[in-house]
Design a protein around this ligand. Structure first.
Ligand SMILES: *Cc1c(COP(=O)(O)O)cnc(C)c1O
Length: 399
């Protein structure tokens, strides 16, 4: 019997894509394979072993021996909201250091919590200047929390946390860091910078599907959540309740996303097999090859130098070239996804991600040769083969 308003049943067709945007990146085949196993209960003793293993595997990737490590159900934004919701009570002062789109998302969340939100904004495409924070501290008796993004995916900037960490310690404030894009691609160094709450996501440099937000929480931060005057307004994102499930007693909170956690375990094992330093070096080397190719095409990078992020490369869209036509052609004709600009960079930049499994020389060549085909049709003249040659000669020199 057929129902007129019901779509014909067809085989599911998810086209294979080369994901070279700001996330999701291509998941590792071993991760996807691991997620197809049988279902298991969220309090099954064998699943508890997996939970404990994931927690241990996260520690070296976050660079922590001391902090509690676990994975929150939900994407990176869930980790962000769990942190703000649990660490801030109405009236608490939080200083937010913002130089990109994801810093602004934190602001949006904090303002909904009735906290005393102090916004420090600086220029996009540059690291946050620590002087501004230093001066702002003079205006406050007690600052509960300072927030910053370590890898601003919207601008391509890596934020060194040295001085920010020293300042927050001097003023006895908690430090919350967004490591959504940095985890698995940079040294996050949670212990070195004494980060109290650090959150990430599985779909960027960890090469897993979206759905979990791995976090590292200091004892001091956990104490602060336990000792709140009022419980956090969100029950689901209450860090105390989540930590109790991941802790020794495994107290039921909500149904854990079993398959995603099993996938994360595989992803973390792959990272440790490759070695964290080798993985970081791979991201760096491939980003330099991509940039050699892009600049050979005459394209201009938004960020250059030590503070540029290896896993995401924003480039200025050349004058007269249509942003959407290029991205659509890459996707439809070549199966390649790159990212568009966000916020004040919307329509002005493309963001090319080389994250996790996507960070490979063959992917760089695929993108550069596609651009060599597309751009001349839109009036942007380039010497055929120059982009690929630029990347190739960089890679030949680098090993
Ligand atoms: C992607 C991203 C987020 C948001 O994560 P979702 O997984 O999309 O919720 C937050 N911060 C940064 C720096 C990101 O790159």
């Amino acid at each position: 019997m057929s129902h007129k308003n019901y779509p014909e049943s067809k085989n599911l067709n998810v086209p294979p894509r080369l994901l070279l945007g700001p996330g999701p990146s291509n998941a590792h085949p071993r991760v996807l394979q691991s997620m197809t196993g049988p279902m298991i209960g969220y309090l099954d003793p064998d699943f508890m072993k997996i939970i404990e293993e994931v927690s241990q595997l996260l520690k070296p990737v976050f660079g922590t021996k001391n902090n509690a490590t676990l994975a929150i159900s939900g994407t990176g934004s869930a980790g962000m909201e769990a942190g703000l919701n649990s660490l801030l009570e109405p009236g608490d002062t939080v200083i937010m250091c913002i130089c990109g789109f994801f810093g602004l998302r934190m602001k949006e969340m904090a303002e909904r919590l009735g906290a005393n939100v102090i916004i420090l904004e600086s220029e996009w495409g540059k690291p946050f200047p620590v002087e501004i924070l230093k001066n702002e501290f003079k205006n406050h008796k007690q600052v509960k929390l300072v927030t910053i993004v370590q890898a601003e995916t919207s601008t391509g900037v890596f934020q060194n946390l040295d001085e920010i960490s020293t300042l927050t310690q001097q003023h006895d404030s908690l430090l919350m860091v967004d490591a959504v894009t940095s985890l698995g691609g940079n040294n996050v160094d949670v212990d070195k910078y004494k980060i109290d709450y650090c959150y990430s996501a599985t779909q960027k440099c960890l090469a897993c599907p979206p759905g979990l937000s791995p976090v590292a929480i200091s004892q001091r931060a956990l104490e602060s959540v336990k000792n709140r005057n009022q419980k956090p307004s969100s029950w689901y994102l209450d860090l105390n309740l989540i930590a109790n499930y991941w802790g020794e007693d495994h107290i039921y909170h909500h149904t854990a996303p079993v398959s995603n956690i099993i996938g994360l375990r595989e992803g973390l094992k792959i990272i440790l097999e490759e070695g964290i330093e080798s993985r970081i070096y791979r991201h760096l080397k491939n980003s330099l090859a991509l940039r050699a190719g892009l600049t050979s095409l005459g394209l201009e990078l938004v960020v250059e130098g030590d503070h540029s992020l290896p896993q995401i490369t924003p480039v200025w869209i050349p004058k007269g070239v249509d942003d959407a036509i290029v991205r659509t052609s890459l996707l439809q004709d070549y199966g390649i996804e790159i990212g568009r600009g966000l916020g004040e960079f919307a329509g002005r930049v493309w963001r090319i991600g080389l994250m996790g499994e996507s960070s490979k020389p063959e992917n760089i060549f695929a993108l550069l040769s596609a651009l060599e085909k597309i751009l001349p049709n839109l009036g942007y003249e380039i010497a055929q083969g120059s982009g690929v040659a630029g990347a190739s000669s960089f890679l030949a020199k680098s090993d």
